[in-house]
Write a protein that binds this ligand. Sequence first.
Ligand SMILES: *Cc1c(COP(=O)(O)O)cnc(C)c1O
Length: 255
Amino acid sequence: MEGMTTSADTPALDDAQRAQIIDRLDDVLARVDRAAERAGRDAAEITVLLATKLRSPQEIEVAIQALQERGRRIAVGENRAQEIAKHADPLLADNGVPRHFIGRLQTNKARDVIAFAELVHSVDRPDIAEALERRAELADLRRDVLIQVNTSGEESKGGFAPTAEAVAPILERLRASERLRPVGLMTIGANTSDEAAVRASLGGLRELRDVLRAQYGADELTELSMGMSGDLEIAVEEGATIVRVGSAVFGARPA
Ligand SMILES: *Cc1c(COP(=O)(O)O)cnc(C)c1O
């Protein structure tokens, strides 16, 4: 498959490469733990999702194993449908790790995404919900989804506007679905070094969730997927239940 990396055509990792991934992962976990402690939260409840991007099965497997050894709640997240096939690699197949889809969706990839992901983070427009629902129906599957919200106002980012009025119609549509279950909200924080702006965007997701809960029920929308390598502390402090980390574990993104 185009763009696909398999363990057969990528070299095994040497000890130094493995150690580097594990060291970086331990740094990430220490950051999560300290932020959780500051916020009076139990870090064990926070899912550490590995954003696997263009990483090789070997790299992903090392990180998964280390997270499992440390007793963490984990998931792997793909952001490109073209990379899904990578997870059928012998190093990654049947490892029992929940698989999520975190990237911008195209309706013509909905079938692959439904087959792959038990949680889709990125329902960012109504036609995506329709495509996922149709594919879930055809595959006779039920899937959890998150509604993606654009909390930063950055035009490059997808998602519904961060108001209850903007999100209510898609939430109601998903609540009525036989196949898709809305379990929370997802956002990508403001892309800036201005901590106040990042906190406003991530805290805004939690506030929006609280408003929707008051409207629809206290046991709705339990998941908040927010926080990446650069802003995971703020996200944990603001209530993230899933943090999505890539570069802080695997190093700078391959081109
Ligand atoms: C790549 C990616 C991440 C992880 O980003 P890093 O900054 O590398 O940690 C998180 N969420 C989404 C949607 C991504 O595409």
